[in-house]
Design a protein around this ligand. Structure first.
Ligand code: NAI
Length: 291
């Protein structure tokens, strides 16, 4: 049975997953090495829960109960005693592997260790562990509390028992599970690559600007968000890394070639909404577009 849930990384995804697990009744520890990130997560979670009360989606008592189940920590040792740990840190295999190695020395032998990676090989993450059969991919979508779909990705090493327990738990959290094979980008991020990539190519070829491309995709294509709005929402750093991983993992298939435009924005710190600037400017008096 899953009681205590540990989350590594209190950014966009970690904070959202913490909200989902605490709402489902679990004790949750949200761990991050960056104290500022923890403070931001705390403020954002409090605001979201307050808004849910204001909109009468939950009662104040329920809001307080959810909040009381979440603990913030900058010490990995606070994850000890977790039955399930979900990692949501930077999309970098060697960093994830070293965090999983460190984690295994802290948690019990039966703790399930999951990654929220968008594109990395679960088999490679599992290979860093002494007990790889407890490792699995649990891929939430942004924003985690609102998006119903969760991809569950068993690695070749993952035991049936691990997969079964994860599937049951995620369904109890009110989500819909899609089992995906451990291949780059799984299902949704692979399907989504051309959506971003072709939009960036249209921009790079000077055919249209961001706003026009977004407008066309929304009003003609019927999408809720245009590709540039969505990249700003996801984070250019995260989105670029995912494209780079998918491109390399598919043996440099040009269909997935990353964009210099996105790389430069990411290097400049124009990460999108989370940094206040991306393809669009989110400051109060800002012009609509950044470049
Ligand atoms: P983010 O940049 O918002 O947050 C990452 C957090 O991890 C930061 O707070 C950072 O301080 C922390 N961190 C970095 N290294 C750490 C370490 N060694 N130990 C503890 N904490 C550490 O990133 P985001 O967007 O939440 O993405 C996290 C993961 O989730 C990535 O693997 C990404 O591919 C995946 N993902 C992202 C989605 C998105 O739309 N942003 C959607 C689905 C998955």
């Amino acid at each position: 049975m899953i009681e205590k849930v540990g989350i590594i990384g209190s950014g966009t995804m970690g904070a959202g997953i913490a909200q989902v697990a605490a709402t489902a009744g679990h004790q949750v520890v949200l761990y991050d090495t960056n104290q500022d990130a923890l403070t931001r997560a705390e403020q954002s979670l409090q605001n979201i829960l307050d808004r849910l009360v204001a909109k009468r989606r939950i009662q104040r008592e329920e809001r307080d109960a959810i909040w009381s189940r979440i603990t913030m920590s900058d010490q990995m040792v606070s994850l000890s005693g977790s039955d399930l740990v979900i990692e949501a840190i930077v999309e970098d295999l060697s960093v994830k592997q070293s965090v999983f190695r460190e984690l295994e020395a802290i948690v019990g032998k039966k703790t399930i260790l999951a990654s929220n990676t968008s594109s990395l090989s679960i088999a490679s993450i599992a290979a860093a562990l002494n007990r790889p059969k407890r490792c699995i991919g649990i891929h939430f979508f942004n924003p985690a509390p609102l998006m119903k779909l969760v991809e569950v990705i068993p690695a070749v090493q993952t035991s049936n028992k691990t997969q079964q327990l994860v599937e049951e738990t995620i369904k109890q959290w009110g989500k819909v599970v899609a089992i995906a094979k451990d291949t780059p980008g799984f299902i949704v991020n692979r399907v989504a690559r051309p959506f971003y990539g072709e939009a960036l190519r249209i921009y790079d070829e000077g055919i249209a600007n961001f706003a026009t491309i977004d407008w066309a995709v929304k009003s003609i294509g019927g999408f809720r968000m245009g590709p540039f709005e969505l990249m700003d929402f996801i984070g250019n750093d995260v989105n670029y890394k995912v494209t780079e991983t998918v491109f390399k993992s598919f043996y440099y298939d040009p269909r997935y070639k990353p964009s210099f435009t996105q790389k430069r924005l990411s290097e400049a710190g124009y990460l999108g909404r989370k940094s206040g600037k991306g393809y669009y400017d989110y400051g109060e008096d800002a012009p609509e577009k950044v470049i």
